[in-house]
Design a protein around this ligand. Structure first.
Ligand code: GSH
Length: 230
């Protein structure tokens, strides 16, 4: 049984969707990042960056346990374990990997900052709001152009690149974006949103989801607890 340490956020959803797409058996251990549970010593041993998601596979390589943090690494591990959602041929594989890296390096961090400055920052900072909103809109444009010429981000087939990007776009409103302005991307988004495994994946821990704007959550996510990790 795979052990998943997670919370219902975009990075958590990436892993939940992958597990559902692959039909793998897993148990979810909620890590309430609004209550500071990401700083628990036991969790830090498997996720040293105090972030969800993390995965423990008791039956890893050579039958030995393996533990992983970083959602992109977890998607790659599960693709390797199952032989699913990542092409085996070199060209196809790197077509997918470049869009996976684009999500990890740009989509996640930049859309996260747009959401932060528009929703969570204690004061309105027009420079930061403009900078990250415009960057979010530019990134949506990059995806839209790609999907004008490809059915999926990695090419002809649905892959871990689509699974990585999709959960980030569910919050387009709070990133200052109008999804309908990107018609190729919207068509792709709507199709993926209807996949049964995606619907099951985003439903994981859905009851626990709440806005992370209360003082306890602000302190855990943006306050002194973070600086104590230095
Ligand atoms: N690069 C990491 C980012 C993970 C991440 O930012 N997780 C957030 C939730 S989406 C988190 O756990 N935040 C808690 C914290 O920063 O203390 C990944 O892709 O796994």
């Amino acid at each position: 049984m795979l052990e998943v340490y997670s919370w219902p956020t975009p990075n958590g959803h990436k892993v939940h969707i992958m597990l559902e797409e692959c039909g793998l058996a897993y148990r979810v251990h909620p890590v309430d990042i609004g209550k500071g549970e990401q700083f628990a010593p036991d969790f830090l041993t498997i996720s040293p960056n105090n972030k969800i998601p993390a995965l423990v596979d008791p039956a890893g390589p050579d039958g030995q346990p393996i533990s992983l943090f970083e959602s992109g690494a977890i998607l790659l591990y599960l693709a390797g374990k199952t032989g699913r959602l990542l092409p085996a041929d070199v060209a196809g594989k790197y077509e997918v990997l470049q869009w996976l890296m684009f999500q990890v390096g740009s989509i996640g961090p930049m859309l996260g900052q747009a959401h932060h400055f528009r929703t969570y920052a204690p004061e309105q900072l027009p420079y930061a709001i403009d900078r990250y909103t415009q960057e979010a809109q530019r990134l949506y444009g990059v995806l839209n152009k790609r999907l004008a010429h490809a059915t999926y981000l990695g090419g002809a087939d649905y892959s871990i690149a689509d699974i990585a990007v999709f959960p980030w776009l569910r919050s387009w409103k709070s990133q200052g974006v109008e999804l309908a302005d990107y018609p190729h991307l919207k068509g792709w988004f709507d199709e993926i949103a209807h996949r049964p495994a995606v619907q099951r994946g985003v439903a994981v821990l859905a009851d626990a989801r709440r806005p992370l704007t209360d003082p306890q959550a602000r302190e855990a996510l943006f306050g002194e607890r973070q600086r104590q990790q230095r």
